[in-house]
Design a protein around this ligand. Sequence first.
Ligand SMILES: [Zn+2]
Length: 80
Amino acid sequence: MAEPKKRITSSRSGKRKSQIILKTKSLTICPTCKEPNIPHRVCASCGYYKGEDILKLSQKAKAKEERRKAREDEEKAEVK
Ligand SMILES: [Zn+2]
């Protein structure tokens, strides 16, 4: 097995680890929903990127609501 040629001193690893720091991410404001989001990424709250609906969240929510209503109607029909 490969062995390290020299011992890494605690000072040297400390110097390396001093560079691992938390950096604050810059955020932009989404032009469609005005929520803060990461630049060059699809907005997590509205699913838009460059004015285009990428995730189609509103359509998915509508479809989900329709499915829920259909299920409720079925359950009502079974009770009667
Ligand atoms: Zn948005």
